[in-house]
Design a protein around this ligand. Structure first.
Ligand SMILES: *[C@@H]1O[C@H](CO)[C@@H](O)[C@H](O)[C@H]1NC(C)=O
Ligand SMILES: *[C@@H]1O[C@H](CO)[C@@H](O)[C@H](O)[C@H]1NC(C)=O
Length: 396
């Protein structure tokens, strides 16, 4: 746009000064107040959009999430997502105007992915603690070796190919939104799902939190400016626990039907996580670290299912092989003779362990459009607004 010939030189320089100010302040908004051009994600099956699928060899093709009917509501085929459709990270990417975040591990000819707008390192089954550490404690083997530390090392090694030199990468990292977790749930799932006492899982909590703490510090040292760190779900409401721990006769909350002690355990993890996040905030006052309250975002629908459209309930799985909660370890979703329900959007639980797309959407809205991140996500990011302003000011 050009100025009319009647514009005096002084008003023109004032106009230019204004433009510079606008560009400068928007630039500050982008970098300092938490708006982003990409998402970088670490975690487990709650965020995996294809890494386990990429890692699986022919011999491992039996991971349930890689089989139909997973993905039936989204891609008409399994994508590696452990749900019937999209996950929280997918809704987040869509809301920020980014493409769905590609998984880091690719198989086959299309292994050159575009990561400029984000990379997802989350792997279904991943633990916070290293597999070798946990395997020494457990009798059973963990699902994979892609612990949080492994995912972080993938990130560090892949950076040059994503963003080039050190200063360009620092810039890329600074403009990225980091999603660190949920992670740690599997460290507890392995003992708890086989009926071990809660005290055993409790003994891992400080170690799990330490691992998350050091991972966050490492990405901040690499230049991360904005992070969302989700806590654990109310696992006492999970069909898998309601089924596999039924023999223990643990106390249930009469208003929700959820296992009280397991939910208290999840809150214990979440409390410890939040107090460590406070420590990091003190160490790095210029970095925005949001706690993602998955627990209370999910409790919304466990407390009042019909309000969220879950007319078939929130405790019974949509896809499964029978039993009071339609969760059967002998016939899990993905294997014969398990079947999926007709209307997954009317269920919160997809396969006993993971939630439906509809439930993940409620949690996404609670966090990223509502009040379930601390500080509130919408108070630190006005991405679309600032992009519009940048566009109009640079056009001048
Ligand atoms: C994890 O890695 C260790 C050491 O490389 C290996 O012995 C073990 O079999 C691996 N576990 C899985 C589940 O891949
Ligand atoms: C780093 O990469 C950026 C973008 O490609 C380039 O503009 C810059 O000159 C490079 N800096 C160094 C020190 O090589």
């Amino acid at each position: 746009m050009s100025f009319s010939s009647t514009t005096t030189s002084s008003s023109m320089s004032f106009a230019c000064f204004l433009v510079v100010l606008i560009v400068f302040s928007n630039d500050r908004l982008v970098h300092a107040s938490g708006c982003y051009t990409s998402i970088i994600s670490f975690g487990d099956s709650l965020a995996d959009t294809g890494n386990l699928k990429g890692l699986a060899t022919i011999a491992d093709e039996l991971y349930p999430c890689l089989l139909p009917p997973y993905g039936e509501s989204f891609a008409n085929q399994p994508t590696g997502r452990c749900s019937n459709g999209r996950l929280i990270i997918d809704f987040l990417a869509e809301s920020l105007g980014l493409p769905l975040i590609p998984s880091f591990v690719h198989k086959g000819p299309d292994n050159i992915a575009a990561f400029e707008q984000g990379v997802n390192y989350a792997v279904a089954g991943a633990t916070a603690l290293s597999a070798s550490f946990l395997e020494a404690k457990w009798t059973e083997k963990s699902v994979n070796n892609a612990s949080l530390q492994t995912q972080l090392s993938w990130f560090q090694k892949s950076l040059p190919s994503i963003c080039g030199n050190t200063s360009a990468c620092r810039d890329y990292i600074g403009r990225s939104l980091f999603l660190i977790g949920e992670i740690g749930g599997n460290d507890y799932n392995y003992p708890l799902l086989v009926g071990k006492p809660i005290e055993e899982a409790e003994s891992y909590v400080p170690l799990v939190i330490d691992t998350i703490f050091s991972t966050i510090n490492e990405v901040i040292d690499m230049g991360a400016q904005t992070l969302v760190v989700p806590g654990n779900f109310p696992i006492g409401c999970s069909s898998s626990y309601l089924t596999t721990r039924a023999f223990l006769n643990e106390e249930r909350d009469p208003s929700t039907g959820c296992l009280i002690q397991l939910n208290e355990f999840a809150e214990y993890h979440n409390q410890m996580l939040q107090s460590r996040l406070n420590e990091i905030r003190e160490l790095h006052p210029n970095v925005i670290i949001m706690y993602g309250d998955y627990f209370n975002a999910a409790m919304q629908f466990y407390r009042s299912p019909p309000e969220f459209g879950f007319t078939n309930g929130v405790l019974k799985a949509c896809c499964g092989g029978g039993g009071p909660y339609n969760y059967n370890t002998e016939a899990r979703c993905g294997y014969e003779p398990a079947t999926a329900c007709d209307e997954p959007d009317t269920y919160a639980n997809w396969d006993g362990v993971h939630l439906t797309e509809a439930a993940y959407k409620v949690i996404f809205k609670g966090l990223f459009e509502g009040t379930f991140t601390k500080p509130e996500f919408r108070s630190v990011c006005h991405a679309s607004e600032s992009q519009v302003n940048i566009g109009s000011s640079s056009a001048m």
